[in-house]
Design a protein around this ligand. Structure first.
Ligand SMILES: *Cc1c(COP(=O)(O)O)cnc(C)c1O
Length: 419
C-alpha cells in the first residue's frame, strides 16, 4: 500500500497534488512519500516481531537520499552500505556507526580504513583475499574488525540475471563448499573478529523458496562451523524481497517472509541482520514527468516524455516494467509506446502499453520508482541530474537539487595545449 492516489481527479502524493510540485520544481522530478516509507519500514519490522534479536539495515544503494535515510533512521533502521560514499551518507543521516554493515565485493584499502575509523558495526567479507587484507590493515591500525563471511549458496533466485547474486558463477561471496576452510583460515587472523556468515541471493524475488533454500544451507553451515569450534553470533540474511510493479501483481508479503524466517532460523541462537532495500523504498516514490509531444507511429503512437533512461534506468537495463499513469486522467485509455528523448532505442519505457490517455503538455508518473531510480541516474546526453522531492502530509520539500548540465560542464577543464 502506498500514499499515491487520485483525489478529486488529480494524483496526489499524500495531501499534495502532483501538479503543485511540477509547477514549483519542474519536471522530470522524483517524488517520495514519507508516510509510505514509514509504513513500509513499520510493516517489515512488525513482520519480524517473532525474531527477538535483530538489526534491520536499509540497503542504501536502493535510495541513498539523505532525507530518505533520515526517515528510516528514525524508524530504528541501520544501513547496509557498499561504498564509503554510502557510509558517509548513512552517518550524515544520523545512523549510528555500529548499525552500519559494509558489503561489497571490491572494498578498497582506503574504504576499509575509513570504515574502521568510523567504527562501523560489521564488514561482510566477500573473499579470503579481502579478509586477509582487512585483518592486516585493522591489526596495523590497532583495531579489530567485526566481520561476517559472505557465502554464495549456489541457489537460483529466479529473478532477472542482472540482479541475481547467489549462483555459483556470480562474483559475490565465497562458494559454500569452501566456506568452512576459508572461515577457519580467516578466524585465526589478528585484526578480525569473524563472528558470522552472510548471504544475499538477489533482488526483486517473487518467490520465497530460493530464500528459504539459501537460509537453510546457511543454517547447516552455522552448525558445521560451530562443530569446528567457531563462535557464531551473527547471521546476515540480506535483502531481496520483491515489490509489485503492476497493479494487482501478487508477491510474497513481508508477513509471509517473516514467518518463513522465524521458522527456518528457530534455534540458531544468533543476532540476525536484514538488508531490505526495494521493499521499503520501491513503492514510496514516483517519477513525475511531462509529455513533450505525442508522435504518430506506424502502429501505436509514441508518447515522448521529458524523463529518460538516464533518470530511470531500470527499463533500459533490465527490461523492467513501471506502471505509467496520467496525473489527471480523463477516464479514456490509449495504446502507446512510452519513450524518452535520448538518442538510444533503449530509451523506451514501454512498447504497446495500454494506459491512460495522455496528451502533449500533460503530466504523468512512472510508479514504483522509489528504489533503484534516482540512485542509478547518469547525465547521459548531457541531461544533468533531476531533483528529488519528499512529501510529508500537505507539505513538500526539495531534498535533492536539480544538477543541470551546465554545472557538470563546469567541472570539466580544457588543457592549455587545447585552448
Ligand atoms: C542490493 C543489496 C541489498 C538490497 O536488495 P533489495 O533487493 O533492494 O532488498 C541487500 N544486501 C546486499 C548485499 C545488496 O547488494
Amino acid at each position: 500500500m502506498d500514499h499515491f492516489a487520485i483525489k478529486d481527479g488529480v494524483m496526489h502524493a499524500e495531501d499534495v497534488a502532483l501538479p503543485r510540485i511540477a509547477d514549483a520544481v519542474g519536471t522530470p522530478v522524483y517524488v517520495y512519500s514519507r508516510a509510505t516509507l514509514e509504513r513500509h519500514a513499520r510493516v517489515f519490522r512488525e513482520a519480524l516481531d517473532a525474531v527477538p534479536d535483530k538489526l534491520i539495515a536499509f540497503a542504501v544503494k536502493a535510495n541513498p537520499n539523505l532525507s530518505v535515510l533520515k526517515v528510516l533512521g528514525r524508524q530504528g533502521y541501520g544501513a547496509d552500505v557498499v561504498s564509503v560514499g554510502e557510509m558517509r551518507r548513512a552517518l550524515a543521516a544520523g545512523i549510528a556507526p555500529e548499525r552500519i554493515v559494509f558489503s561489497g565485493v571490491g572494498k578498497t584499502r582506503a574504504e576499509m580504513a575509513a570504515a574502521l575509523d568510523a567504527g562501523i558495526g560489521q564488514f561482510n567479507i566477500e573473499s579470503e583475499e579481502e579478509g586477509l587484507e582487512l585483518a592486516e590493515l585493522a591489526d596495523a591500525m590497532g583495531m579489530t574488525a567485526s566481520c561476517a563471511l559472505r557465502i554464495n549458496p549456489d541457489v537460483d533466485a529466479g529473478t532477472h540475471d542482472k540482479i541475481s547474486t547467489g549462483k555459483a558463477d556470480n562474483k559475490f561471496g565465497v562458494p559454500i563448499s569452501e566456506a568452512g576452510q576459508i572461515f577457519g583460515k580467516l578466524a585465526g587472523q589478528r585484526g578480525v573478529n569473524l563472528r558470522g556468515v552472510a548471504v544475499h541471493i538477489g533482488s526483486q524475488l517473487g518467490d520465497l523458496a530460493p530464500l528459504e533454500a539459501a537460509f537453510t544451507k546457511l543454517g547447516e553451515l552455522v552448525t558445521a562451523l560451530r562443530a569446528a569450534g567457531h563462535i557464531i553470533t551473527h547471521v546476515d540474511l540480506g535483502g531481496g524481497l520483491g515489490v509489485p510493479y503492476k497493479q494487482g501483481e501478487r508477491l510474497p508479503s513481508p508477513q509471509e517472509y517473516g514467518a518463513m524466517v522465524a521458522r527456518v532460523t528457530q534455534g540458531w541462537g544468533v543476532s540476525l541482520i536484514f538488508e531490505p532495500g526495494r521493499v521499503i523504498a520501491g513503492n514510496a516514490g514516483v517519477l513525475l514527468t511531462r509529455v513533450v509531444r505525442v508522435k504518430r507511429g506506424i502502429n501505436d503512437p509514441f508518447v515522448i516524455v521529458d524523463a529518460a533512461m538516464n533518470d530511470l534506468a531500470r527499463p533500459a537495463l533490465y527490461g523492467a516494467y513501471h506502471d505509467f499513469v496520467a496525473v489527471e486522467p480523463d477516464g479514456s485509455a490509449m495504446t502507446a509506446n512510452i519513450v524518452g528523448p535520448i538518442c538510444e532505442t533503449g530509451d523506451t519505457f514501454a512498447m504497446g502499453r495500454h494506459c491512460d490517455r495522455v496528451r502533449t503538455g500533460e503530466l504523468a508518473v512512472f510508479r514504483t520508482a522509489g528504489a533503484y531510480g534516482a540512485t542509478m541516474a547518469s547525465s547521459y546526453n548531457s541531461r544533468g541530474f533531476i531533483a528529488e522531492v519528499l512529501v510529508d502530509g500537505d507539505k513538500f520539500a526539495v531534498v535533492a537539487d536539480r544538477i543541470d548540465a551546465g554545472s557538470i560542464m563546469d567541472a570539466e577543464r580544457v588543457p592549455d595545449w587545447l585552448a
